[in-house]
Write a protein that binds this ligand. Sequence first.
Ligand SMILES: [Zn+2]
Ligand SMILES: [Zn+2]
Length: 348
Amino acid sequence: MKAAVYYAPGDIRIEERPEPAPAPDNLILQVSCCAICGTDLKLATIGNPRCHPPRIIGHEMVGRAVHVGRDVSGFDLGDRITLATTLACGRCRYCALGLGNMCPDAKPISYDFDGAFAELLAVPPLALAGGNAIKAPDSVPDEAAALSEPLSCAINAQALAGLKAGDRVLVIGGGPLGALNAEVAKARGAAEVMVVQRSEPRLSLLRRLRGITVIDGASQDVLSAVKDRTDGLGADVVIVCAPARDAQEEALRYARKGGAISLFASMPKDASAITLDSRLIHYGELRVVGASDSRPEHVAAAVDLMAQGKIDTAPIITHRVALENLHEGLDLMKTRQSLKVMVYPRGI
Ligand SMILES: [Zn+2]
Ligand SMILES: [Zn+2]
C-alpha cells in the first residue's frame, strides 16, 4: 500500500509499504482521509525525537473497519472510526488520576505506531483497551470526523480554562487550531468569539467562519477592539494559539479581572521562557492554565458536538490533496496559505 513514511527530520517519503497484518486483537481501518497536523509539519522540518523512524505518520483521521479481530468487541465491519491518538499505559499514577494525556509512557499513533497517511491503518490492542477508537455516527461526515482529534485538544483546553456559556472569548492566532478553538468556543455557548490574526491569507480564510469577530492584529488596536466588545472589561477567556512570546505575554492584558488565559500553543524548546506581569495576575486574580493533547473522552465529546451540528468544520478545511502530493499540503501549511489540509490516501 501507499504511505507517507518519516525517516529523519525533513525526510518524509511517499512509498510502498506492506499492509498491516490482521490479528485476533486488532482492527484494520481503510483510511478515508487524514488531516495534516502542525506536528506533521514539525516532522517535515525540524523532526521530533519521539517519532521512531521509519514510521508512517498522520493521525487526524477517520476510516472504515475492514477487519475486526475475533477478540475485539464493540465494533463491526464497516464502522466509521476516529482515534484519540495518545495511547496511555493505563497503569501509572497519571493514568489512575484520569490524566492519560500526561502519561509518561504514552505511545502516540504516528510516533510509536504507524499512522494514517496510508491506505490502511492497524488499531493496536493498546488503543482498544484505552477506549481510543471512537465510532463516528453517519451524521458526521468524514472530513469533520477526521478533525475530532485537534478539536479534542481545544475541548480539553477550554474545559481547563473553565470556558462556559455566555463567555466572551478571545483567540490569539488564527491558524487551524485558532479556528478550531473558535468553533469549539461557539459550540460551548460563548456569547462573543474574537480571533486576532496578523496576516493574509489567513485573515480572509477566517472571515469564512460564521459568528466570529476577526480582528486584524496588524492594522487594528487589539486592546481597544477587545474592550469595545466586552463592555470595556476584557475577555473572560483568552486562548493563545500563536506559538509566540509576545502573544503569550500580551494575553494577560486582554483578559478581564478573574478571567483565564490558556497557553494552548507550545513554544519552541529553546525559547520557551517568557515574562508575565505578576501584578496583572495578582490583582486581577487571573488564572493562567496550560493544555496539552487530549484524552478519549474529549474526542468523544468532539464527535458528539459535531453530531449535534454545533461545530462547522467545512470552512476550516481549505485544501485537499492526494497522498502522493503530501509535500504540497505541507508547503501550504508552512507558508500559512491554508487552515486545514485534508489528505486522501486513495486519491481525491
Ligand atoms: Zn494533531
Ligand atoms: Zn500511564
